[in-house]
Structures are given as C-alpha cells and as structure tokens.
Design a protein around this ligand. Structure first.
Ligand code: SAM
Length: 385
C-alpha cells in the first residue's frame, strides 16, 4: 500500500489550489482527504474508476479531495480516459508525476511546477480530484471569476482582442435590441454583450456572481457613456425580478451545476412575448472532442456543456419558440492559434475567416455542428407564459 509521498502531501496541505484556500474555509484538505492506491493497475483500467467511485460514495466531504496514486507513466490521453470515467461525480484538478529519480512535478490549470522534496523513485503518478458538486459550487464560481475577471474583460493590446469583441457584438447584433427596451445581460462577465445592446439605446441591467466582474461592467459602461444597473448574483437566485423585454445569456449555462434549476431562475426574467438570446460552447465540436480525449485537466464547463439541439429541446419544453439558431467561432486549430499568436495580422485574418464562415453557416441553415466551438439560439417566450 503506497502512502502519499511528502512532496504531494505538502502540496495539498499548502492548498496551492487558490479556490480551495480561499473559498473552502472548512476544507482543511487533510481532514477531507481520501488516498486511494491503484496498485499495479493502469490508469485506463475501467474497474479502477469503479473502485474509486465506490470508495467516494458517502465517504468524502463535499469539499474534500481524492488522491489516486499509481505506478508507471500514463500518457495525458490515458489520464483523460480516467477523468472521463470519474465524471460527473469527480473532477480532476491536479496531476503529480513522479520521475525515475523521485522528483515530483505538479500540473494544474496554471501550468507545471517542480515541487520541493522527493518521493520514492518512480515512475509514478497521482491525480487529485474534487467532487463535481464542489468544483461547480457557487462559492468556487464566484472566487474563480473574481480571479479571472481581468482576462474576461479582454486585453485591448492582444491580437485576439478584435475576435473577443466580435463574438460579443455578434450576439448583441443578432438579438436586435431596440432603443428603450429593457435588456438584461445575465451572467454578464465584464458586460460586453449587454454594453453593445446599451450602445444601441437599450436600457441595460446586468448581473454576475463575481463582484470583480460587476465592477468591470460599471467601469466599462462609464467609459462608453452608457447607463447600467449592475448587481451581484446567480441565475439560480437572480438579483432582479424583471421581467425584461430581452435577456442576453452568453457562455454561462455550462457553469451551472443543474441546467434545469438554472432555467427555472432564468425563465421568470423573460417577459411574456419577450426574447431570450442564449449562447454557449458547443461540446460536439471537433476541438472540444479532441480536448476531452487528449487533456486530463479541463474546466468543468467543457464536460457539462449542452449541445445546441439539447438546448433547443429544453427551451421548447418550456414553451419557447426558437426563431433562429447560429454557430460561430471556428474550432481547432483556430482558438489555439489565436491564443498563441503575437501577430496582429494573424489575429485579423482569423477574425475575418470566423466572420465569413459563421455567416456562411447561417446562410446554409446552421449545419456546421462539428466546425464551430459555440452556438447561439434566439427564442421567444409564449405570450401567456
Ligand atoms: C464565460 S464567462 C461569459 C461572460 C459574458 N457573458 C461574455 O459573454 O463575455 C461566464 C460568466 O458567467 C458567470 N457565471 C457562472 N455561473 C453563473 C451562474 N450560475 N449564474 C450567473 N452567472 C454565472 C461567471 O461569473 C462569468 O462571469
């Protein structure tokens, strides 16, 4: 039976995961830690995942951690297979790789770091998982987005900035906000979708769980010279009563622990006869499928995102009439290129290609399911809803 090597134990005790150390005041990682030894079984052994899930069942605090220890050097794709088998109960947040000389490297969403100290000579591996419920909990979401708010505000000096703003403008343009209309940007991030509507004369309200994002919304509105009533809150308990003529909801539902509870919160915000424009990532795209197969560490939303068709079904079941659909944002390798490029010209060329292909897809009836990373749906709520 392997025990937790000191570098990994110290790494967890230091709660280097910023979310755990900030939001999980009661987490005391050691008290809620389950260490499971895979023995000689490879990470790809289906029964390993079954055994882990059986041990976790009822035996782990909601904000606890599971560490699975194994021997050998599994590939990222093999660890991704283990991740897929543990989802939707557990979510992988960190990997430790033990080298032949006992040095340990940690990989998390921030990158790779060599840890102090040594384990017994490897090769070996450990993966750290939290419950899905914890990883997608409101406290974690708010802390996570407070930390990422500047990134979601966009960096005007980045070659990707034109693309970043185009995606938000596209949503606001397709929503056709009218002057004087009451518009809500729900899960607004830094507010760019709603602010585009406000620039067209709409009366804008916005909310987001991250106070830092709400601060950006107010700052961006002031810089544009438009008014906004921006508040802190979650869709599941919205900080507005509404109803609004138009609700904009871009890239948010995949963060919801339960999409139906989320839609229960959203529905009363849309006025009878009013419009909902909702967009999110497309889990069926080539790029997202590839990431799920190749990368063991992914944001929860990439595992919980709904396809456009699933979303259409859920809206129709609630009595919405879907008026139009659209795919946008070319999939692999375009986002990866955009992320890496330092050239404004490459950024511009990718933006033009995205504009063109999304427009073409719209003309052909939004058929490019595998070619685009995002979808948008325009729906109208029934009059007597
Ligand atoms: C990917 S960003 C999108 C921001 C913005 N709508 C845009 O398109 O630029 C997701 C945002 O959703 C917010 N969020 C996450 N879960 C939420 C929930 N349950 N209710 C409302 N907002 C949520 C996050 O704080 C974050 O700002």
């Amino acid at each position: 039976m392997r025990t937790l090597p000191p570098p990994i134990r110290d790494d967890l005790a230091a709660a280097a995961d910023p979310v755990v150390s900030t939001a999980g005041e009661r987490s005391a990682a050691a008290a809620a830690l389950l260490v499971l030894d895979a023995g000689d079984r490879p990470a790809t052994d289906a029964r390993l995942a079954e055994d882990v899930l059986a041990s976790v069942d009822g035996g782990l605090a909601e904000d606890g951690h599971v560490v699975i220890l194994g021997g050998g050097a599994p590939t990222p794709a093999e660890l991704a297979m283990l991740r897929n088998r543990l989802w939707p109960v557990l979510h992988l947040s960190r990997i430790h790789r033990i080298a032949a000389d006992g040095t340990v490297e940690r990989e998390d969403h921030a990158g790779r770091t060599a840890l102090d100290g040594r384990a017994d000579p490897g090769p070996g591996w450990a993966v750290v998982a939290t419950t899905r419920a914890y990883a997608m909990s409101p406290a974690v979401t708010a802390v996570k987005f407070d930390g990422k708010a500047a990134g979601w505000n966009g960096d005007p000096s980045s070659p990707a900035y034109g693309h970043f703003r185009w995606m938000r403008r596209l949503l606001a343009d397709l929503a056709k906000p009218r002057p004087g209309e009451a518009v809500l940007d729900a899960g607004s991030g830094a507010g760019w979708v709603g602010l585009e509507a406000a620039r067209k004369g709409a009366r804008l309200s916005a909310f987001d769980p991250s106070p830092e994002m709400v601060r950006f919304v107010e700052q961006n509105a002031a810089a544009l010279g438009v008014e906004v009533d921006a508040r802190v809150g979650f869709m599941e308990r919205p900080p507005f009563e509404g109803p609004f003529d138009l609700v904009l909801n871009s890239g948010v539902i995949s963060f919801a622990p339960d999409p139906e509870v989320y839609l229960d919160g959203l529905d009363p915000l849309v006025a009878p006869g009013g419009r909902l424009v909702i967009g999110d990532l497309n889990p069926s795209s080539r790029g997202f499928r590839r990431r799920r197969a190749e990368r063991p560490l992914l944001p929860c939303r990439e595992l919980s995102g709904l396809t456009r068709d699933e979303m259409v079904r859920r809206l129709e079941a609630r009595g919405y009439a879907v008026e139009w659909v659209r795919y946008y944002q070319n999939t692999y390798p375009f986002p990866e290129l955009l992320h890496r490029t330092t050239s404004a010209l490459v950024g511009w060329a990718i933006l033009q290609w995205n504009r063109l292909s999304s427009a073409l897809d719209a003309v052909l009836g939004a058929r490019g399911e595998a070619s685009f990373d995002s979808w948008i749906i325009g729906a109208r709520k029934k009059e007597n809803g």
